[in-house]
Design a protein. Structure first.
Length: 330
């Protein structure tokens, strides 16, 4: 949908755990190998948090870096949105814990649950708030500690996911031509069980039985998700550009959710996007779920892959199933 939301990104930051897990590390205990993983997914390594580090630590580090980059202090923030499916605790929200960890005032803070699409959904909500004036400076964070919810004995999922956080600070832009020009968010709950965690919620609370049966881990129908993702990513980019009458060659950069290199390449090739127009970092981090697009945005900004005036496109899909895109003029 074509919109006009003049906002600017004034700070970005990211954090990943120190521990690097390579494809070789899986070979000893799973029936898999480096060649298969690289060929089928593009992933070479990912970061997994040590036991004392969870989503709050990663989110705090990323947020502090984003605030520093923005030249702001915690007091300047009056809205915090954390996109995550792996909160520090089930209750309260990670955003409230983050507010305290950063030393912010009693600003509004909430978590947003839309899996791998979460950061793009949250970015839109942060932008809406600063645009409407219900917040001046919004801190939007994408964080997931996926290593805590994947089954280490399931080769279909264990190799795919990593842990990370990234944060952005958004405020109103003076130039009405800047900010979000188009946005599309959607969901298909009819396909909820293509990626889900069977137990731990109200449907089946945690018990000895659910742990014994490994029902607290992510279950995924990889092929189904793959087919959905390739088509969805391509049509989402196409339709978002169509909303404003733009063509792929006018984009400086697409920052796609990093779920599988083949998904990204296939969608982007069909749209005629050139290699330098697409941000790829899946080889180093794997799929970091809610952090994925946020990490891409931070790395692209930090390495100068876009400048003021450029058009960039954020695009994501994930469990739910959900999807989201945002066309931004920097
Ligand atoms: C998971 C995924 C990499 C599997 O790749 P694929 O090419 O679709 O492979 P398939 O699922 O068809 O399985 C092919 C074979 O590889 C096997 N396989 C699965 N994971 C494996 C692994 N890590 N190592 C070796 N073999 C593996 C399967 O068991 C299957 O074996 P079979 O033919 O004997 O039954 C791919 O489906 C994918 O990326 N899906 C999307 C996942 C995603 O994006 N999830 C998050 C959404 S936000």
């Amino acid at each position: 949908m074509k919109i006009s939301m003049p906002v600017e990104i004034v700070g970005t930051g990211m954090a990943v755990p120190e521990r690097v897990v390579t494809n070789k590390d899986f070979e000893a205990r799973l029936d898999t190998n480096d060649e298969w993983i690289v060929k089928r997914t593009g992933i070479r390594e990912r970061r997994w948090a040590s036991p004392e580090i969870g989503s709050l630590t990663l989110a705090t580090q990323a947020s502090q870096r984003a605030l520093e980059h923005a030249g702001m202090t915690a007091d300047d923030i009056d809205l915090i949105i954390v996109a995550t499916i792996t909160p520090e605790h089930t209750l309260p929200t990670t955003s409230c814990e983050l507010q305290a960890a950063l030393g912010c005032n009693w600003c509004q803070a909430y978590d947003l649950v839309a899996a791998c699409s979460g950061f793009v959904y949250a970015f839109g909500q942060g932008a809406q708030n600063v645009h409407l004036g219900t917040a001046k400076n919004a801190l939007v964070v994408g964080v997931d500690t996926m290593s805590r919810i994947i089954d280490p004995e399931d080769r279909g999922t264990a190799i795919l996911f990593g842990d990370a956080a990234a944060a952005v600070v958004i405020r109103k832009a003076q130039d009405p031509e800047r900010g979000i020009l188009a946005m599309r968010c959607g969901a298909d709950g009819g396909r909820a069980k293509t990626i889900y965690i069977p137990a731990g919620g109200t449907a089946e609370p945690a018990s000895q039985k659910t742990v014994d049966e490994r029902l607290h881990y992510v279950r995924m129908q990889g092929r189904e998700v793959y087919k959905f993702a390739v088509t969805q990513m391509q049509s989402l980019i196409h339709e978002t550009l169509e909303d404003v009458g733009m063509t792929p060659d006018q984009l400086k950069l697409v920052i796609p959710h990093q779920s599988n290199l083949r998904i990204i390449e296939s969608a982007c090739e069909k749209l005629g996007l050139r290699e330098e127009q697409v941000l790829i970092n899946i080889d180093r981090y794997g799929n970091t779920s809610g952090a994925s697009v946020a990490v891409g945005l931070h790395e692209a900004r930090a390495s100068g892959r876009f400048q003021q005036g450029d058009h960039i496109l954020l695009v994501a899909f994930g469990a739910g199933l959900t999807w989201a895109s945002a066309l931004i003029r920097i």
